[in-house]
Design a protein around this ligand. Structure first.
Ligand code: ADP
Ligand code: ZN
Ligand code: ZN
Length: 739
């Protein structure tokens, strides 16, 4: 009896057996429709076997084999099994969560043909001087098409207004569209070793590599099979240029490239940048901002081997790539590579497993590598590639200075020194950036008479004052309320904002520099779709003098006229309960500092702190990541923290505090009775002990090596599943990043 063992998206760790009707065949990786309980659901065949342990009459038949798309490759199934195993997440839930939403339903999948555009007969004979010269984009498109057919995405890279120009050209009959490729759905996957016969990929070679860049490229391309490379290069040292050269080589050999970037970095600009560097290679992006339909199409193009470059956020690590030849993880230290719910995977770590499984090189790039990766490079597990200078010779690193605020008088959190530097920058006609990692007007509102504070009624946090719409908002649960006219506790009318946020800095600066054009960039001001892109354009057009913003501004943007960066309030990270807080702060400040003085103008960074002698600030001033990393590593070693130990965190939350603690206590007892060589800590409140009326607590388990921890978790997990856990949610987080 032909049985298929199917992965279903249910919270049970097992696969489910179904029988295939006579004459129907299925292979592992294929999607099937089966009945489960009273519903019909889509699952993925993981195994085909001859018999089942279940009684024949209890095995239900497969309703339908969904064979309109090729089965998931065996390699991907292995990867997902590994993830399920390592992260102790049910296999079915793991497999289904890796698929685009469309493919988790039985709705028919239709493949949209990608169109290509070519010159028509009349277009080929057209005398370009007949076309008015002001139709710049039409000229550009016609010229580009003279060299050969192009896809819509490639045309879009020519100009933002390419779509309307293209439409005009189609209407005029000078350009026509043709189907680009065979339908990948109707065809089997390219065989391993089969090279696509497209013309060799050209790329626009803008720069001759520096010696250090060339060395890094050579090291990677000369690697045989798998190798993990940590590319540590200061901001502006030309890491992106190295990626481009490596990608070029791999594409030429017929390979596909997977390029993972942090969530916040994946802008259309980045997509266009890589498209413009590889005009002949099909590039697709994969991220949560795409519509379900677009994401499915892009995924299918990657699976079919047609998309040669996949540019995506963490979820893209699960894309089937039959010709995968190179993986790049840019800004590898970024926290957004770790998923914080469901399958709590680190896309960086999964990418490393994937490269290893495939036998191809992987490059982890960063100006401030995570301590884990840095340590792995120190111990020789990864190979270190270093770029210590900026690629553009005249681009100097900014001068970093601290402003000691212990005794300084501050106006809305801003020192006299910083104000005068901002004023001079304005006079020179250059841009400046004031960085503060807190949105809103002030983090809390206080009564000057009785000390009442604006606590969130549902959380352990405070309500943040937002003056623009005069509301108090909780940044944890979303609760909001009108700003009271008087103290709710004593009736006093004098309520004062305490501390500073972006809105307060913005209004203070506006008052101080009435003529300056100030732009605030934070989650509130960029909420509307397209808002951030419009702002970037404004900044580039130099329609802005002073930027006030949060981390959104820190990452990977090149603003050539920006020469001064001010940093407000970085100190709280120095005494945070999260042992990674200072590591993150350094990375963040190094990144913001990297915004200053990119294009030949010297830059300056002024950090307001009460601890100017702290080693973190010393290392920043000296641009010495290594010194800082060594200090941190020594601290972590003596305290017994990662990367010297491996950790797993059991978290629980529920409305009843007693229930939450009882569950974790029982989990702890179960752990200790296992008597395995791991350290089991006590049950403690979470960093945010109450959120949205739920009590939250956690239990940490750790071990100096990975294997015994994994063995322990395998034994512990079934015991956890067996514990009574009514009215609470719990989860296991392997290699947790949040404490
Ligand atoms: P990173 O990714 O390390 O921040 P980029 O690759 O963006 O650095 O390079 C920074 C700047 O230097 C860019 O403007 C880039 O065009 C330029 N650049 C990179 N490599 C070279 C090179 N070999 N010669 C000249 N300019 C270069
Ligand atoms: Zn009061
Ligand atoms: Zn709240």
């Amino acid at each position: 009896m032909p049985i298929v063992r199917v992965a279903l998206d249910v919270p049970l760790a097992t696969l489910f057996d179904y029988v295939l009707a006579d004459g129907i065949a299925a292979v592992p990786g294929q999607r099937v429709l089966v009945s489960f309980g009273r519903k019909q659901v889509v699952g993925v065949v993981m195994e085909c076997v001859a018999g089942s342990d279940l009684a024949v009459e209890r095995i239900k038949p497969v309703v339908q084999v969904l064979d309109e798309i090729p089965p998931l490759p065996a390699e991907l199934l292995t990867l997902l099994r590994f993830c399920s195993d390592y992260y102790h997440h049910p296999l079915g839930a793991t497999v289904l969560s890796a698929l685009p939403v469309r493919l988790r339903s039985s709705e028919p999948v239709t493949f949209k043909e990608a169109l290509q555009y070519t010159l028509s007969v009349s277009g080929r004979t057209l005398d370009l001087s007949q076309l008015p010269r002001r139709k710049v984009v039409q000229h550009r498109i016609l010229t580009a098409l003279q060299a050969g057919a192009l896809g819509a995405a490639q045309l879009r890279a020519l100009s933002p207004s390419a779509p309307s120009a293209l439409k005009a050209l189609l209407q005029a009959g000078w350009v026509e569209s043709v189907a680009r490729t065979r339908n990948p759905l109707s065809n089997s996957l390219p065989q391993a070793g089969e090279r696509t016969s497209e013309k060799s990929h050209t790329f626009s070679r803008a720069h001759t590599l520096t010696t250090a860049q060339q060395q890094a490229v050579d090291d990677v391309t000369q690697a045989q099979g798998y190798g993990c490379f940590l590319l540590h290069g200061i901001t502006g040292s030309g890491k992106t240029e190295i990626y481009v050269h490596l990608m070029h080589q791999m594409l030429q050999q017929g390979g596909q490239v997977l390029l993972l970037v942090p969530e916040i970095n994946l802008t259309p600009q980045l997509e266009n940048y890589f498209r413009s560097r590889f005009p002949d290679a099909e590039l697709v992006s994969l991220h949560s901002g795409l519509s379900d339909g677009a994401r499915t199409q892009n995924w299918l193009r990657a699976q079919a081997g047609q998309a040669r470059i996949v540019l995506g956020t963490r979820l893209a690590v699960f894309t089937p790539l039959p010709q995968l030849a190179l993986v790049i993880v840019d800004e590898e230290h970024d926290a957004s590579f770790k998923q914080q719910d469901g399958l709590r995977y680190s896309a960086r770590d999964v990418a490393i497993f994937r490269a290893n499984q495939r036998g191809v090189p992987i490059v982890l790039g960063s100006a401030t590598p995570s301590l884990e990766s840095y340590y792995n490079a120190q111990t020789g597990r990864y190979r270190l590639l270093q770029l210590t200078e900026r690629a553009v010779a005249q681009a100097q690193l900014p001068a970093v200075r601290c402003i000691n605020i212990s005794n300084a008088i501050l106006q809305h959190g801003i020192s006299e020194h910083l104000l005068s530097a901002l004023g001079q920058c304005l006079q020179r006609g250059e841009q400046s950036l004031v960085f503060i990692n807190r949105r809103g007007y002030a983090p809390v509102l206080m009564c000057t008479a009785c000390g009442w504070l604006s606590d969130c009624p549902h959380c352990a946090g405070k309500l943040v004052l937002h003056l623009q719409d005069r509301r108090l908002r909780c940044h944890h649960c979303g609760h909001q309320a009108r700003v009271p006219h008087a103290c709710p506790s004593c009736g006093n009318a004098d309520l004062q904002p305490v501390g500073i946020g972006t809105q307060r800095v913005e209004s203070a600066l506006q008052e101080h520099f009435p003529k300056a054009r100030i732009l605030r960039v934070d989650r509130d001001s960029t909420r509307n779709k397209g808002a951030w892109n419009a702002m970037r354009q404004q900044i580039h057009d130099e329609a802005v003098d002073i930027l006030v913003g949060t981390q959104i501004l820190a990452k990977g943007h090149d603003f050539p006229n920006l020469t001064l960066v001010g940093v407000l309030n970085p100190d709280s990270a120095l005494y945070s309960s999260d042992f990674r807080a200072s590591e993150k702060l350094f990375a963040q400040l190094a990144q913001v500092a990297g915004r200053a003085g990119r294009a030949g103008k010297p830059g300056e960074v002024l950090i307001q702190t009460a601890f100017p002698d702290h080693p973190l600030f010393r290392a920043l001033r000296e641009h010495d990541y290594d010194a800082w990393a060594k200090i941190l590593l020594a601290e972590r070693q003596s305290a017994g923290f990662p990367p010297f130990v491996y950790q797993a965190m059991l978290r629980a939350e529920g409305k009843q505090q007693a229930g939450v603690y009882a569950f974790l206590q029982q989990a702890r007892e179960a752990a200790t009775t296992l008597a395995m060589p791991v350290e089991v800590y006590g049950v403690v409140p979470a960093a945010m002990p109450r959120r949205a009326n739920h009590s939250r607590a956690q239990l940490l388990v750790q071990c100096v090596t990975r294997k015994p921890l994994q063995q322990f978790l395998r034994a512990w997990r079934p015991l956890l599943d067996a514990l009574p856990a009514q009215k609470l949610r719990w989860s296991l987080d392997i290699d947790p990043m949040e404490f």
